[in-house]
Design a protein around this ligand. Structure first.
Ligand SMILES: [Zn+2]
Length: 339
C-alpha cells in the first residue's frame, strides 16, 4: 500500500541565499538603528526603508501590485489579509545586519517581518528575493502555517521568478539558465525522490540552508520545478488538482490524503511524468511569455503617454523619449521611469 508521509511543520522562517551577498560580512557599513528608517504607510505594507524617496515610490508601486497578485492567486485558500504587513528594505548592509539579516543572505521572512537587502532597487535579483520572501509573509498571513515546506518554498520561488510590468505581474516563467540546472539535476539523478521531497520538514530544509549548492540550491530548484510542473506542466493538466490540493492543506486537511485525493497514489508514475516533462522542454520554453511581459511593460508606458496626448510617429521616437525619461503620465498613474 502506498504511503506518503508529509511533514506539515510550522513555518518559522526562510532566508534566501544570495551569491552577491556572500562577500558581505556583519562588519560592512555602519549599523543604523531601525528607528532611523523613514516609514511609508502603503495600501498593503508598512514600509521601512533607507531608499531615496523616488526609489521608495517605485518600490511602493511594485509591492502594491505584488500583494494584489498574491491576494488574487490565494483567494481560494485561507483568508484575505486585512492588515498592513511590516516590510524592511534597506540599502545599508550595516542596517541589514542590525535588523537580523545574516551574512550570505539577501533577505528573510522571520515571522514578524520581511527584511530584504536592496543592492539595486530595480535589479531582478533584488525583486526575486522580495517576491520570494513576500510570498512567505503573505501565505503566513492569509493561509497560516499549513503548507508543506516544498510547496511553500516552491511557490515562493515561482513568484520570485515573476516579472513586474508596471500594470501586471507575469508568472510561470522558466529562465533558460535555471532550466539547464533542472535538466542536469533530473538527468543525473541529483534531485531527491518526490516522496523524500514531500516528506521534508521545514527543520530539515533550514538545516540544509547555508550548505553548498549541491544541497540547498537543489532543494530550491526542485521545489520550484515541482510547482512550475503542477501549475503549467502537460498543458496545465494538473493546475486544478494543484489548486485543490493547496486549498485542502490550507484547511488543515492531512497532506497525504489531500495529495492522494487530487493526484492519485501512484507516485512513481507521477515522478516519470515530472522527469519527462523537464527533460523534454526546449531551451527557452517561455520566451513568448517573456516577450509578452516586455510588450506589456512598453504598453503600460505608451498608454500613459497617449492619455496625456503625447504622440510618437515612430517606435524609435517613443524609445528615445523613454530613455531620456521624457514620457508623460498622470500623477496618479505614475510608473518608475527607470523600468
Ligand atoms: Zn523561502
Amino acid at each position: 500500500m502506498f504511503c506518503l508521509r508529509f511533514n506539515c511543520g510550522l513555518l518559522t522562517g526562510c532566508a534566501l541565499l544570495s551569491a552577491l551577498l556572500l562577500a558581505i560580512d556583519g562588519r560592512a557599513g555602519p549599523p543604523a538603528p531601525p528607528t532611523d528608517l523613514p516609514t511609508y504607510e502603503t495600501k498593503y505594507y508598512v514600509l521601512h526603508t533607507d531608499l531615496a524617496p523616488a526609489e521608495a515610490r517605485a518600490v511602493v508601486h511594485h509591492i502594491t501590485l505584488m500583494a494584489e497578485e498574491y491576494n488574487r492567486r490565494t483567494s481560494g485558500m485561507g483568508k484575505r489579509v486585512d492588515r498592513r504587513l511590516p516590510l524592511y528594505l534597506v540599502q545599508n548592509s550595516g542596517t541589514y545586519f542590525t535588523l537580523g539579516g545574516e551574512p550570505g543572505t539577501a533577505g528573510l521572512y522571520a515571522g514578524d517581518k520581511l527584511l530584504a537587502f536592496v543592492r539595486d532597487p530595480l535589479s531582478t535579483e533584488t525583486w526575486h528575493v522580495i517576491q520570494h520572501e513576500g510570498f512567505h509573509q503573505f501565505a503566513d498571513a492569509a493561509i497560516g502555517r499549513e503548507l508543506p515546506a516544498w510547496a511553500n518554498e516552491g511557490l515562493a520561488e515561482y513568484f520570485g521568478e515573476g516579472i513586474f510590468t508596471g500594470d501586471a505581474f507575469y508568472t510561470g516563467l522558466i529562465p533558460p539558465a535555471r532550466l539547464r540546472q533542472v535538466k542536469g539535476a533530473v538527468a543525473d539523478g541529483k534531485f531527491r525522490p518526490l516522496r523524500d521531497m514531500m516528506q521534508m520538514s521545514l527543520e530539515t530544509w533550514n538545516a540544509h540552508f547555508g550548505l553548498a549548492y549541491e544541497k540547498a540550491g537543489h532543494n530550491y530548484d526542485q521545489a520550484w520545478a515541482m510547482v512550475q510542473f503542477l501549475a503549467h506542466g502537460d498543458d496545465g493538466k494538473y493546475q486544478q488538482a494543484f489548486a485543490n490540493f493547496l486549498a485542502a492543506v490550507s484547511r488543515k486537511q492531512n497532506c497525504e490524503r489531500a495529495w492522494v485525493a487530487n493526484f492519485g497514489d501512484d507516485l512513481q508514475a507521477f515522478q516519470k511524468h515530472f522527469d519527462a516533462y523537464w527533460l523534454g522542454l526546449s531551451e527557452d520554453p517561455t520566451a513568448r511569455l517573456e516577450t509578452e511581459a516586455l510588450v506589456s511593460t512598453v504598453t503600460s508606458f505608451y498608454a500613459r503617454a497617449f492619455s496625456q496626448r503625447q504622440y510618437f510617429d515612430t517606435f524609435e521616437q517613443f524609445l528615445t523619449a523613454a530613455a531620456s525619461e521624457q514620457l508623460k503620465a498622470d500623477e496618479d498613474d505614475w510608473l518608475p521611469p527607470e523600468m
